[in-house]
Ligand binder design. Structure first.
Ligand code: PEP
Ligand code: MN
Length: 289
């Protein structure tokens, strides 16, 4: 099907993902944190699980700030096969300890079908990464899961391809999908990717699913993460996913984009204020804040 034509004709080609057939915007509760509701959802954590000391140190300030969702990868999709690939099932065990100790909901990635069952046991939200956005077997497996799925946009995916990937999950029976914009590849090379802020309201116009922004992978540079996170919230994102680490210079992956604890806490405070401001000033404008 050529989704482009259908949208251009004013018809919504997304049977399950489309807002036309849904009773209203989807609100997902994850361990007491609502995603898609009135409040901004914040998901924070280091890129990867490295050690008990590392995840506990980050989880402590995340929990103290009232951010209820902790994200770190036990399985890491890496461009370079010789780079740190994650601790695998040992990493999942550490995430289970974080959940128990700090009462945080856990978001973590399933990189393939083999990893999925183990990830699903520990995770409160299973992430499907950008590189797997069109791994249709994995999408169908996610569609059979009882857990909500965080679906990242592929690095080169159009909005319609991204929504069709979500459609795979919903059509298998799992309606709880969170869309995550994480930057796309363009010719611009001052940052790792180009943060596509306009796709946030565009996705919300077509779909009832919550949309969150991941500025960390979008820019890949610490100094750009806070401005782009705030821009994502101002564009109507239902939440933000941000990487943070106590010692970014020794992180085993994505240290260059990890916010320091004080930067992360300042961002959470500013982002929540922007969300509140938009909500209280946008009544009757037909905008999805
Ligand atoms: C990640 O979330 O750490 C990650 C690798 O993300 P992406 O799939 O967006 O590159
Ligand atoms: Mn990362």
């Amino acid at each position: 099907m050529n989704g482009q034509g259908d949208v251009a004709d004013g018809r919504n080609p997304f049977r399950f993902v489309g807002s036309d057939n849904a009773p209203g915007r989807l609100v997902i509760d994850v361990c007491g944190v609502t995603i898609g509701g009135q409040q901004l959802a914040v998901i924070g954590g280091p890129c990867g699980v490295e050690s008990k000391e590392q995840v506990f140190a980050v989880a402590r300030y995340i929990a103290e700030s009232g951010v209820g969702l902790f994200r770190a990868g036990a399985f890491k999709p890496r461009t370079n096969p010789y780079s740190f690939q994650g601790l695998g099932s040992d990493g999942l065990a550490l995430l289970a300890m974080v959940k128990q100790e700090f009462h945080l909901g856990i978001v973590t990635e399933a990189t393939d079908l083999e990893a999925f069952p183990g990830v699903e046991k520990v995770a409160d939200v299973v992430q499907i990464g950008a590189r797997n956005m069109q791994n249709f077997a994995l999408l169908r497996r996610a569609g059979k899961s009882e857990k909500p799925i965080l679906l990242k946009r592929g690095q080169g995916a159009t909005l319609e391809e991204w929504l069709m990937a979500a459609e795979y999950i919903l059509s298998e029976g799992n309606g709880r999908v969170i869309l995550c914009e994480r930057g796309i590849r363009t010719w611009s090379n001052h940052a790792r990717n180009t943060f596509d802020v306009s796709v946030i309201p565009a996705a919300k116009a077509l779909s009832h699913l919550p949309v969150i922004a991941d500025p960390s992978h979008a820019v890949g540079r610490r100094d750009l993460v806070i401005p782009c996170a705030l821009a994502g919230v101002a564009a109507g994102a239902d939440g933000i996913l941000v990487e943070t680490h106590c010692q970014p210079s020794s992180a085993l992956s994505d240290g260059q984009q990890a916010l320091l604890p004080n930067e992360f806490l300042a961002l959470v405070d500013m982002a929540r204020k922007i969300k509140d401001l938009l909500r209280s000033n946008s009544q009757g404008m037909g905008l999805c804040f």
